[in-house]
Design a binder for this molecule. Sequence first.
Ligand SMILES: [Zn+2]
Length: 246
Amino acid sequence: MRILVLVCLATAAASPLAIAQEPRPLGPLDDRGVVTYFVAAGARDSGYREADRDLAVWALSDWERAARGKLRFEPGDEQTALVRIYWVEAGAGQYGETRAIAVNGRRGAAVFIRPDTDALGPDIGRLAGGDMLFRDTVVYLTCVHELGHALGLRHTAEFADVMYFFGFGGDIPGFFQRYRAQLRARGDIARVSGLSAGDLAQLATLYPRVGARGASNAVRVLAPAEPPARPRFPLQRTSSILGAAR
Ligand SMILES: [Zn+2]
């Protein structure tokens, strides 16, 4: 099976390399019935905190609300869950990564989140070190972004979108600060959406019955690049994270 990999870069500077890594979108999830998910315990040295599980579940809820009943996420076992979320150690300045997986003939996704904000560059590291809500914002929006890929959304060039591709540069700390500024307490993350009108419109194109919620922005998505990005870490290692295929 060909594995499609979506790599999300941390580097703020646009570079030909970064833009060349614009991945192929996975296409919509097989959303017949309930979409089960599994959130793993954090890998050692990943920078994972116990409460990060909340962030992943809240990110799923954000997309579920956006889908207005079209998508329903329910917890499941690791071996059968269509969407599987793993917390992995820092690597190559990435925020996260999403891979397509096949689950009983359905297209699912394995999502890898790198919650070690110290490894995401000095600006992000400094802001996260001084403000736990900023740190949680980074991890939360990374979950929202990667789950967007899991749902089939692709990168955009719109800074307002959670699916914005950092390879284009811009004020990356500001990307997170605009969300952080809406929070007074950690629990606010559960109800402050990380999604833009453009994100909602892109979701609606993938799941036509969703319907855009007040989305007036035209969707500007990037053309897929060929060939797909190469995995940033060996597949063998991914297999160990996923556990033996059963
Ligand atoms: Zn991405």
